[in-house]
Design a protein around this ligand. Structure first.
Ligand code: RB5
Length: 140
């Protein structure tokens, strides 16, 4: 599985931690930036990650900004993207089981690193349930 990752400056440190976690699991990473804590604009990075997944360059994506809010809004503007902002493991599991979320959004300034890694693990390891949920996803 290849995962695209992207962040603004507010999510940069968390993105770097997530990259380490993914690498340790042997998951290929496509890093779309940003590359430092220098101030940048989250809409650019949310869109880039959404487009990477929508075009098939990566199977799924993870985006981070200060809260996860702005970058998730940006990613969700891309056709075919279902980006879920998750603040706990249960939300991550449900975003996969019921929403087939293909992007995960996390807040670098609002979620502790270990919690964010636990959320990432649950999101990676939980499958979509399909069935009635597929009908609803198709309605999006
Ligand atoms: C940047 O200061 C901050 O607004 C951004 O990282 C994010 O939290 C926006 O939703």
């Amino acid at each position: 599985m290849k995962i695209a990752v992207a962040s603004d400056h507010g999510g940069y440190q968390l993105k770097e931690e997530i990259k380490k976690y993914l690498a340790a699991r042997g998951i290929e990473v496509l890093d779309l930036g940003t590359g430092s804590e220098e101030m940048v604009d989250y809409p650019i990075y949310g869109k880039a990650c959404g487009e990477a997944v929508a075009s098939g360059q990566a199977e799924r994506g993870i985006v981070c900004c200060g809260t996860g809010i702005g970058i998730s809004i940006a990613a969700n503007k891309v056709e075919g993207i279902r980006c879920a902002l998750c603040t706990n493991v249960h939300m991550a599991e449900m975003s996969r089981k019921h929403n087939n979320a293909n992007l995960l959004a996390l807040g670098g300034r609002t979620t502790e690193t270990q919690t964010a890694l636990d959320i990432t693990a649950a999101w990676l390891d939980t499958e979509f349930e399909g069935g009635r949920h597929q009908r609803r996803v198709d309605m999006l």
